[in-house]
Design a protein around this ligand. Structure first.
Ligand SMILES: [Zn+2]
Length: 238
């Protein structure tokens, strides 16, 4: 089992580097290509939201690259340096993707709602769970020559940490289809509204799919973390 874990770990690490590299190169390449319509990302956001009957969402600038996001609490779409006010293929694709999230929220789409419910808890769990589990394992090792009670306590603490980490894993599990769906919604509108040519649409799809792959990597990494905690607990058992 352990050997399979380490092989999977190496595969995920290599996959992660290749996904990051591909995303960066695609974003760089298509950030230089102006869309055939000449529309800016901001104009596309307005049009897509109107088409979907989504009102009250505002657009703002956020510094950095690939920092774009939709904030459901503020009801705001944040567009990054190379997206806000730009009319390149990358800019329009990313803006349409973020609109996709605003539409998911507006529709009350079930997976999106589930993620919003899990998100605050997953944030805490991602910070605390591994430490709790490792603390439990430490206690299990310490107690091998002493009392059975502290061993049981260590086992319970470790299991609590693993249960907490399962919430993190579920968060990533639900995030991947949400990201793919936001891209799908964005690409459909890009095509229907003719913001880009057919060839440019293919390029936009490549950019958004590569961005979505980063969530697939995150899901695989969290599955491996979960597996590693289970293996460590198994090794610490009396
Ligand atoms: Zn997204």
């Amino acid at each position: 089992m352990e050997i399979i874990f380490y092989i999977a770990l190496v595969i995920v690490i290599i996959w992660s580097f290749s996904v990051q590299g591909r995303l960066k190169s695609l974003v760089k390449k298509y950030s230089k290509v102006e869309s055939t319509s000449g529309k800016t990302a901001n104009e596309c956001v307005d049009e897509m939201l109107r088409r979907n009957g989504v009102y009250g969402v505002t657009v703002d600038h956020v510094p950095g690259e690939l920092t774009d996001n939709y904030n459901p609490k503020e009801n705001k779409i944040y567009l990054s340096d190379s997206v806000y006010g730009h009319s390149t293929i990358t800019a329009i694709a990313i803006a349409a993707h973020e609109c996709g999230h605003a539409c998911q929220a507006s529709d009350g789409w079930a997976p999106y709602k589930i993620r919003q419910l899990i998100a605050p808890f997953a944030g805490f769990a991602s910070k605390a769970s591994v430490w709790i589990a490792m603390g439990g394992i430490f206690l299990m090792y310490l107690s091998t020559r002493s009392s059975n009670m502290s061993y049981q306590l260590g086992f319970t603490v470790c299991t609590l940490g693993i249960v907490l980490y399962t919430v993190v894993f579920l968060f990533y599990l639900v995030t991947l289809p949400i990201e793919r769906n936001a891209s799908k919604r964005g690409l459909e509108v890009m095509q229907e509204c003719g913001w880009v040519s057919d060839d440019q649409l293919k390029a936009a799809k490549k950019v958004l799919w590569a961005a979505g792959d980063t969530y697939a990597v995150a899901l695989a990494s969290s599955a491996l973390t979960l597996l590693s905690l289970l293996l460590r607990r198994g090794r610490a058992r009396k």
